[in-house]
Design a protein around this ligand. Structure first.
Ligand code: SF4
Length: 490
C-alpha cells in the first residue's frame, strides 16, 4: 500500500480562542457538574424551549400517524431479531459491501478503528477531512486522536451544530441538536472570532457565513467521514437521514468516504427501512421525514459522474458485543432519535454536558455505563426519576426506566452505591420487613422533623436531607399513619 508523506504547506484553520465555560468544564463528578448547570438560567431557558418544541412536534406528528403503535411494535421486533442474530447479519452486511466494491473493517475498539482510519489518512496524504453525522466517532474521540497522529491534519465537522461546538471546544449536548444550549448571540460571537470581524447575530447571516466557510473545506478535503443511521445487511447500503445538505457533500465530494458505524445499527432488509424512517424523524424532530435521506452503496461505479473512489465501512464494537445476550441488550435497539432526551425531566434541568459522555439523557444514562463500565459512570443510572416518560416516547419501545433500575441493582451488587445510599436503603428494607421497626422509625421521624416544618412543608433540612431541600420542599411524614387513621375509622 503506497504511502504519501510529502509535506504540504500549512493552511489556515478555523479555531477560536475560547476557554470553554459550560457545566461540563466545572470539574468534579455528575453531581458537581449538575449543581453548576442548575445555576445557569440561560441553559434552562434554552433547554425548556427546545424540549417543548421538539416534544410538542413529536406528539402532533405521531398522533397523525394512525398505525404508530403497530410500527413501534414492528421496530422492536426487527431490532430484537437483529441483536439476537447480530453475527449472521454482520457477515451478510460485510459480504454485500464487498460485492459493491467497498472495504469493511471490524474494529474491536476505538484504538483499532483509529489505527485503520489513520492508515488511510497516511496512504492518501490527507490534509483536510470533512465529517458529518457521527456519534460513533465522538465516542472514540477520533478527531483528537487523528490530529495527534497526523500533525497539521485539519478535521472539520460540517453539521452546523457540530461545527459550532467544535469551534468552541465543547462536546455535543444533545444527540440530534448538539448546540441546543447556545443562542444566536453566542454563535455570532464564535463566528466573529473565526472571521476576525463581526458576524451579525442574525440567523440568515450566520447560515451564510457557515455555508461560505464550510464550502472551502468540502472542496479541499481528501477524505469524508460520516456515521450512518442504519446499515442494511441485504444490500450493504448505509442510510443517513439529515436536514442539511452537508451529508451528501461529505459522502460524495472527497475521493475517499469512510463510514464509522456501531455494529448495532444494522437492519436486515431494505423493506425494514420504511418502518424506521416513519418513526425516526417524527420521534426526533417532529418532521414526517427529514429533508435528506441518503442511501449509499459502495464507491462510485464506472460511468457514474460523482461519488468517492474508495468506500470504507468501519463497524465499531467498542464494548457493544459485551452487552449482547445480557439483561441489557435492549439498549442496543436504540436508533438515536433523541426523543427520550426531549421528555426527560432531569435532562431538562441540567442539559447534556453534565452526563460527561457522548450520549446524554436517558439513553446516555443507560448506554454509558454499559460501554465504559459502572465505575466510570456510576452516577448516571441514578440521574432519573424513573417516571417512564422516556420509555413512552421511545419509538422502539426500549424500557429505559427498567434498564436504569437494573443498572442501579448492578451497581449495588458491585459495591459502587454510596455509603449513605446503602445505609438508607438497608434501613428502609428493615423497616418494610418489620412492622414494629417501621412504626418506631415513623414516630421518631415525626418528632425529628417538627422543628423544620414551616407552612406544611420542610423547606430547609439538616444533612443529609439538605441535598433535597436545597432545590425543593420535602413533604413531611404525615401526623397519623394510614393504620392509625383506619383504626379510628378515618
Ligand atoms: S432510547 Fe429510544 S427514544 Fe432514546 S434515543 Fe434511543 S431510540 Fe430514541
Amino acid at each position: 500500500m503506497a504511502r504519501t508523506t510529502t509535506p504540504k504547506p500549512a493552511r489556515q484553520r478555523d479555531t477560536v480562542d475560547t476557554r470553554p465555560t459550560g457545566p461540563e468544564h466545572a470539574g468534579g463528578d455528575f453531581n458537581a457538574r449538575g449543581r453548576a448547570a442548575l445555576k445557569d438560567e440561560f441553559l434552562h431557558d434554552s433547554l425548556a424551549m427546545a424540549q417543548t418544541r421538539l416534544a410538542g412536534s413529536r406528539t402532533a406528528t405521531l398522533a397523525a400517524l394512525p398505525d404508530a403503535p403497530e410500527l413501534r411494535e414492528r421496530a422492536y421486533a426487527i431490532k430484537q431479531d437483529v441483536i439476537a442474530h447480530l453475527d449472521t447479519y454482520l457477515e451478510r452486511l460485510a459480504d454485500a459491501v464487498e460485492r459493491a466494491s467497498g472495504h469493511v473493517h471490524f474494529a474491536s475498539d476505538g484504538a483499532d478503528a483509529i489505527t485503520y482510519i489513520s492508515g488511510i489518512v497516511a496512504r492518501r496524504g490527507a490534509r483536510t477531512i470533512v465529517k458529518s453525522k457521527s456519534m460513533a466517532t465522538e465516542e472514540i474521540e477520533l478527531n483528537h486522536r487523528l490530529e495527534e497522529l497526523h500533525p497539521g491534519l485539519e478535521i472539520v465537522e460540517t453539521d452546523l451544530g457540530e461545527w459550532i461546538i467544535q469551534l468552541r471546544g465543547e462536546p455535543p449536548s444533545h444527540i440530534i441538536a448538539p448546540a441546543v444550549h447556545l443562542n444566536r448571540f453566542q454563535v455570532a460571537e464564535t463566528f466573529s472570532q473565526v472571521a476576525g470581524e463581526p458576524v451579525p447575530p442574525d440567523v440568515e447571516d450566520l447560515m451564510q457565513f457557515a455555508r461560505r466557510r464550510l464550502r472551502q473545506k468540502f472542496l479541499a478535503a481528501e477524505i469524508g467521514i460520516s456515521g450512518a443511521n442504519f446499515a442494511i445487511a441485504e444490500t450493504g447500503t448505509i442510510v443517513m437521514v439529515t436536514n442539511e445538505g452537508n451529508g451528501r457533500l461529505v459522502t460524495s465530494l472527497p475521493p475517499v468516504h469512510i463510514a464509522v458505524v456501531g455494529i448495532e445499527k444494522l437492519l436486515p432488509r431494505v423493506a425494514d427501512l420504511s418502518v424506521f424512517l416513519q418513526l425516526l424523524a417524527r420521534s426526533g424532530t417532529g418532521q414526517k421525514l427529514t429533508v435528506f435521506t441518503n442511501l449509499i452503496t459502495g464507491p462510485r461505479r464506472p460511468g457514474e459522474s460523482d461519488g468517492p473512489e474508495e468506500f470504507h465501512l468501519v463497524l465499531l464494537d467498542n464494548g457493544r458485543s459485551q452487552i449482547l445476550g445480557t439483561e441489557f441488550d435492549e439498549a442496543l435497539y436504540c436508533i438515536r432519535c433523541g426523543a427520550c432526551l426531549n421528555v426527560c425531566p432531569v435532562y431538562r434541568q441540567v442539559g447534556g454536558h453534565v452526563y460527561g459522555s457522548t450520549y446524554s439523557g436517558p439513553i446516555g444514562a443507560v448506554i454509558t455505563p454499559l460501554l465504559k463500565g459502572d465505575a466510570a459512570a456510576k452516577d448516571l443510572p441514578n440521574a432519573s426519576s424513573l417516571c417512564g416518560a422516556c420509555w413512552e416516547a421511545c419509538p422502539v419501545g426500549i424500557p429505559l426506566h427498567d434498564l436504569l433500575l437494573k443498572l442501579r441493582n448492578r451497581e449495588t451488587r458491585e459495591g459502587l452505591a454510596g455509603r449513605d445510599q446503602s445505609l438508607l436503603f438497608a434501613g428502609f428494607a428493615q423497616a418494610m420487613a418489620h412492622p414494629a421497626a417501621y412504626r418506631l422509625g415513623a414516630a421518631a421521624g415525626r418528632i425529628a422533623q417538627a422543628p423544620f416544618i414551616s407552612a406544611g412543608s420542610i423547606r430547609r433540612a439538616p444533612r443529609p436531607a439538605d441535598r433535597w431541600t436545597g432545590t425543593r420542599d420535602l413533604p413531611p411524614i404525615a401526623g397519623a399513619s394510614f393504620r392509625d387513621r383506619w383504626k379510628e375509622g378515618i
